[in-house]
Design a protein around this ligand. Structure first.
Ligand code: NAD
Length: 509
């Protein structure tokens, strides 16, 4: 573990604020722990209110200068950031595994997403297109253009400690914005590592200080200050629904904008026309991958009643074979939960399932002995439940998978859509009518709807995000860049007259 930290120069106390150069941080020291064995892996000197002020001040100055750089030149900086991330993919992936307990392949996969979005943003920097319209007035030209917006606040969750920052930051940089990153305290060492990788690029390219900043700190003085800061026109926040409601209220009260990426409660519908073998593979990855701690984790299976028995048997068989252990070791497919609180949350949910009439079919135990003594390892759990049980509508951030039976597809879609969250969804079927119904306006109400693919593992090319309690925000590809810019409609009169819109006459004399 020490080697992983040494490679990215993370040994010893780390400064908690970065603005192109490091600010020591005058707040309390934040201890970082690995869920793998519960041991401390580092400390970060967090930011206090003065540090926060210094960061935002630099971000505002940095923005003023950065927005003057031509967008393709900004894209070139993003390209070089992508190259630096390629070079350190394995090192950074290992830090992600160490700090949040993902298996190595998933830690590196997260860094690959950073590289992919950097590549996308390079091209995007040359495609910040505006529309032209035909004016109703003769001798007039009308069009829309997009300008950089300002410093953007990015709040990230523990479970994806690096990729969501890059979805925001790479696109925002190309758009001409400065970015202020407030990471989760449970994964702040990963954020420090990212800045250490990027710092030489910013220096070599002469990027103004404050274009990319980091501020590690508590809710008070840092988190709340960011929400209430009218110098920050956009806050992009990833996390729980409760956090999102608070962010939405706070930022809206100053008429700021938000991008909210909140909790999911994702379902897969398995119909009688499904390829069951394919479905089982997708379900196991979706439910057990990242130890059930993805926003897109598969939490509910809605299976046709005729398939309940064989699917149950296949899943129990697969669950028995999941290797659980140190995520840094090869062959392990499931690591620990983030901390003991998460384990306690899972145990409380299992009690609720039983009290509400559900049946635990497999797993759920807290493991012990050897590395398991960290108290963060659990066996993934399969339960049979009824859709109306209140616990089924909640997102328990742990590997609990609910199985529910349905009779007809309309009922299956209704079960899927009855929860408050609306992030990711999938159907397994080889029947065109079923898949088209699911994808139609009568079908899934989620931001992501897949056919014969599981609910997790989205590609960065599409817009990522969800509806309802998931917050409605979108990040990554497609036309998401527009959220990071301000739109301006421009009309030029090149005639010698002054016609008014809507045919209004306003002639004096
Ligand atoms: P969390 O809500 O506890 O924390 C998320 C972030 O919000 C952290 O950085 C935290 O410090 C910050 N925060 C909390 N209160 C704040 C406040 N008052 N002011 C400013 N910042 C504040 O979530 P978590 O436990 O870190 O992550 C798990 C949750 O995130 C799950 O619900 C998961 O579904 C969700 N998530 C969603 C997506 C998505 O894209 N939709 C992606 C990853 C995680």
């Amino acid at each position: 573990m020490q080697t992983i930290l040494d490679t990215l120069d993370l040994a010893g106390e780390q400064p908690g604020a970065f603005v192109g150069q490091w600010l020591a941080g005058r707040g309390p020291s934040l201890a970082c722990y690995s869920p793998i064995d519960g041991q401390a892996i580092g400390t970060i000197r967090s930011a206090d209110r003065e540090d926060y002020e210094a960061v935002v001040h630099r971000a505002c100055d940095g923005f003023q200068e950065w927005r003057r750089w031509p967008a393709p030149r900004r894209g070139e900086v993003v390209r070089r950031i992508g190259l630096a991330l390629r070079e350190h993919k394995s090192d950074l992936g290992a830090v992600v595994s160490l700090e949040v307990g993902k298996i190595r392949a998933e830690g590196e996969g997260e860094v690959q997403e950073m590289i992919d979005i950097a590549d996308l943003a390079v091209g995007q920097a040359r495609m910040l297109y505006g529309l032209t319209m035909h004016s109703e007035r003769p001798g007039h030209r009308m069009y829309e253009q997009w300008h950089p917006l300002g410093p953007v606040g990015v709040i990230t969750a523990f479970n994806f400690p690096v990729a969501p920052w890059s979805w925001n930051a790479m696109i925002a940089m190309a758009a001409g914005d400065a970015v202020i990153w407030k990471p989760s305290a449970k994964a702040a060492l990963c954020a420090v590592a990212v800045m250490k990788i990027i710092e030489p690029v910013l220096k070599a390219e002469g990027v103004p200080d404050g274009v990319l900043s980091l501020v590690v700190g508590r809710r008070d003085p840092v988190g709340e200050a960011l929400l209430q800061d009218s110098r920050i026109p956009l806050v992009s926040a990833t996390g729980s629904v409760a956090m999102g409601r608070h962010v939405a209220r706070s930022v809206a009260s100053r008429l700021g904008r938000t991008i909210l990426e909140l909790g999911g409660n994702n379902a897969i519908i398995v119909t009688p026309h499904a390829d069951l073998e394919l479905a089982v593979k997708a379900i196991v990855f979706g439910a057990v991958g990242t130890a059930g701690q993805r926003c897109t984790t598969t939490r509910r299976i809605i299976v046709h009643e005729s398939l309940m028995a064989p699917l149950k048997a296949a899943l129990i068989k697969a669950y028995r074979q999941v290797p659980i252990g140190n995520p840094l070791e090869s062959g392990i497919l499931m690591g620990p939960l983030i901390d003991r609180d998460a384990v306690a949350g899972m145990q409380a949910a299992l009690e609720a399932i039983k009290t509400q009439g559900g049946e635990i079919l497999f797993g759920g135990e807290v493991l012990n002995g050897g590395i398991y003594d960290a108290g963060t390892y659990v066996r993934p759990c399969l339960c049979e439940v009824r859709p109306e049980m209140p616990i089924v509508s909640e997102e328990t951030f742990a590997p609990i998978l609910y199985l529910m039976a349905y009779r007809d597809l309309e009922e299956a879609v209704a079960i899927q859509n009855r929860v408050p969250q609306g992030l990711s969804s999938a159907i397994f079927t080889n029947d065109l009518r079923e898949s088209e119904y699911f994808l139609s306006h009568q079908g899934s109400d989620c931001g992501i709807a897949n056919v014969n693919i599981g609910t997790s593992g989205a590609e960065i090319g599409g817009a990522f995000g969800g509806e309802k309690d998931t917050g409605g925000g979108r990040e990554a590809g497609s036309d998401v860049w527009k959220a990071y810019m301000r739109r301006q409609t421009c009309t030029t009169n090149w005639s010698e007259a002054m016609p008014l819109a809507q045919g209004i006459h306003f002639d004096i004399g």
